[in-house]
Ligand binder design. Structure first.
Ligand code: NAD
Length: 438
């Protein structure tokens, strides 16, 4: 067991920078402002509302997480970001149509003051979007340097002590890991040579990690999930985490599947389909962009169910995921799951789930927790992949050759034990061996 890390106490302001200021980002920012003003509650956020058991069960100690570890308070946070559209956060939030206009109007001035910086954007990677607020340069390295300059300027203008970055931009087209992603040297050469396999999200990630700014990726793009970025993160002692916020259907999937598996109930088929009508849905309507999402969504069941260990229960599982763009629903997605399960003596049964969720309402607290925990990790000297943040992610980034952990409850255990470790508390294994006591 490693020694308890030394945590630099938080001081001054923390900047949270978001490439992509659409539905998720604006719901997150407006939500934090509303919570700060006492207008609403930060429901869904562990850093704001979660408690954690420490010590023995008989100790009855369950402090708030933010009392156990030194998390930056919401009052100290300032927000910024980039987008290819020029709308300020108030306008973008109105456009996203997630939050009530009355709420947005009550915090209008603060939201209007947050304007997106010019984006690193290329239509090749998100075919359905085009906007005017875009940087121009001869090559991708210059674009990365412009982002580094933006970060520096933002820090100065807002008097920030530290900044973290969370990608809230669109899902880009599917790109496979290739030679250019293998080493920092290859990546930097690729940036100078405008290599096709370096998408804009990777340019932001490079700019962040190179300058020691912790980075999390809320979309399924490769972004920081390549060996070169892991190497760079180690060099600069920068925490990284990805990919793809675990919100609606996949959240439910990683809650139900471990339960079925725990009881050794078989699953023959899992059909998941969604309708959604926000800009994310529009982008995902393009097959190349959907492919990136599909790969991220499909991986979870295999790891949880381990069909290779239980071929009679999960060997023939048919798993299908569909996303359909349906404008009338806006951000209020509907996700259906039909699960064909089997029990004692192979008798078939079915489970139907119809989750009428709100995409950005589920994602916003994840942005907050990822940002605040990344800042904590950075102040605790924890560089590289932050696997303990898998809890928030659909397709968790792990060390090479390790499989990701998808089971929500195992992910929570890892997150909580990491917090106990950071604060010098004993880890909890839930193994009370009191049967042997006199
Ligand atoms: N809401 C959820 O539940 C959820 C869950 C998992 C992942 N995600 C992912 O989070 C991301 C954001 O979702 P959203 O609903 O806010 O989408 P959105 O379309 O409302 O917002 C994305 C924003 O990113 C901007 N953008 C795209 N490329 C950019 C670039 N290179 N630089 C700067 N800005 C760029 C777009 O202009 C847009 O304003 C998407 O990739 C989505 O797949 C969302």
């Amino acid at each position: 067991m490693a020694d308890k890390p030394t945590v630099q106490p938080h001081k001054g302001k923390l900047g949270i920078l978001l490439p992509g200021m659409g539905a998720v980002a604006t719901t997150f920012i407006a939500g934090c402002v509303a919570v700060r003003r006492g207008l609403s509650n930060p429901i869904g956020s562990l850093t704001q509302m979660g408690t954690i058991r420490v010590g023995k069960r008989t100790d009855k100690k369950k402090p708030l997480i933010k009392e156990l570890v030194d998390i930056a308070p919401l009052e100290d946070v300032v927000f910024g970001g980039w987008d290819l559209f020029e709308d300020n956060v108030y306008e973008a939030a109105i456009h996203a149509n997630v939050l009530d206009k009355n709420l947005l109007d009550s915090i209008k001035e603060e939201l209007q003051a947050i304007k997106p910086m010019k984006a690193v954007f290329d239509r090749k990677y998100v075919k359905k979007l085009d906007g005017p607020n875009v940087k121009e340069a001869d090559n991708k390295m210059q674009l990365a340097e412009m982002v580094m300059q933006d970060i520096e300027n933002f820090k100065k203008e807002n008097g920030c002590d530290r900044v973290v970055m969370v990608w809230c931009g669109s899902t880009e087209i599917y790109i496979e890991e290739s030679e250019v992603h293998q080493t920092v040297a290859n990546l930097e050469e690729g940036l100078r040579n405008n290599h096709h396999d370096i998408a804009p999200s990777m340019i932001y990630a490079y700019a962040a990690v190179k300058t020691g700014v912790a980075y999390a990726n809320g979309a399924p793009n490769l972004s920081c999930d390549v060996p070169a970025m892991v190497e760079l993160a180690k060099q600069t002692q920068t925490p990284i985490a990805g990919k793809d916020f675990k919100t609606g259907q996949t959240l439910i999937k990683t809650i139900i599947a471990p339960g079925m598996k725990a009881r050794m109930l078989g699953i023959e088929g899992w059909f998941s389909t969604n309708i959604l009508g926000n800009r994310d849905g529009e982008v995902l309507d393009d097959p190349d962009n959907f492919k990136t999402k599909e790969v991220s969504k499909l991986s979870v069941l295999e790891q949880i169910l381990e069909p290779e260990l239980h071929p009679e229960l999960y060997g023939d599982l048919y798993h299908k995921v569909r996303i359909n763009y349906y404008p009338p629903r806006g951000d209020n997605k509907e996700g259906w799951d039909n699960i064909d399960i089997k029990g004692w003596l192979d008798y078939p049964m079915q489970i139907k789930v119809d989750f009428l969720c709100r995409d950005s309402i589920l994602a916003a607290p994840l942005v907050l927790d990822l940002a605040l925990f990344l800042d904590l990790a950075k102040r605790s000297g924890m560089g590289g992949i932050q696997e303990w943040l898998s809890f928030y992610l659909k397709s968790p980034q792990t060390k090479k050759d390790l499989y990701p952990q998808h089971d929500l409850f195992k992910q929570l255990e890892k997150l909580e034990n990491t917090l106990r470790h950071i604060s010098g508390e004993d880890l909890i294994t839930h193994l009370g061996l009191d049967y042997y006591e006199e």
